[in-house]
Design a protein around this ligand. Structure first.
Ligand SMILES: [Cu+2]
Length: 130
C-alpha cells in the first residue's frame, strides 16, 4: 500500500517540480506575481497577510523597532481565519468577508516573533522582527 502511494506520488512530485522550474525560467524576474509582503509607507512598514482558509504568507521577516501595521486582506473569507487574534498584544479583530483591514502594531524589539492566530488557534502566521 505504501509502495503504491510512492509510485503515484513520485512522478507527480517530479512533474510539479519541472513545472516550477519551467515557470521560473520563462517568466521575467522583475515582475513577480506575488507582491512583497512588507512595504514601507511614510516610515511605517506595512505587512500584507492574506486570510482565507489560513494565512499567507505564514512567515514574514520585518524590521524591528519600527512603526508597523498589518494589512489583512480577505477575499470571500467566511472561515474562521476572519477572526484574527494577536495573543501577545491582546488584539482581536473580526475581519470583513472581503476587504482590507489595517491593524496597528507597536514597534517590536529585535528577536520578537509576533504570532497571529484564528480565534480557534487552528490557523496561524508569524512575523519575525530583526
Ligand atoms: Cu480557526
Amino acid at each position: 500500500m505504501k509502495l503504491l502511494v510512492l509510485l503515484v506520488l513520485a512522478p507527480l512530485v517530479l512533474f510539479v517540480s519541472i513545472l516550477i522550474v519551467l515557470r521560473g525560467t520563462d517568466s521575467s524576474m522583475d515582475s513577480p506575481l506575488i507582491p512583497l509582503p512588507v512595504e514601507i509607507v511614510d516610515g511605517k512598514q506595512i505587512i500584507t497577510i492574506n486570510a482565507k482558509g489560513g494565512y499567507r504568507p505564514q512567515s514574514t521577516i520585518a524590521t524591528a523597532d519600527m512603526p508597523t501595521a498589518i494589512s489583512v486582506q480577505t477575499h470571500g473569507t467566511f472561515d474562521c481565519s476572519s477572526s484574527l487574534v494577536f495573543p501577545s498584544l491582546g488584539i482581536h479583530k473580526i475581519l470583513p468577508p472581503s476587504g482590507s483591514t489595517l491593524i496597528d502594531i507597536p514597534p517590536q524589539p529585535a528577536g520578537t516573533t509576533l504570532k497571529g492566530l484564528c480565534a480557534m488557534g487552528m490557523y496561524s502566521f508569524a512575523v519575525k522582527f530583526e
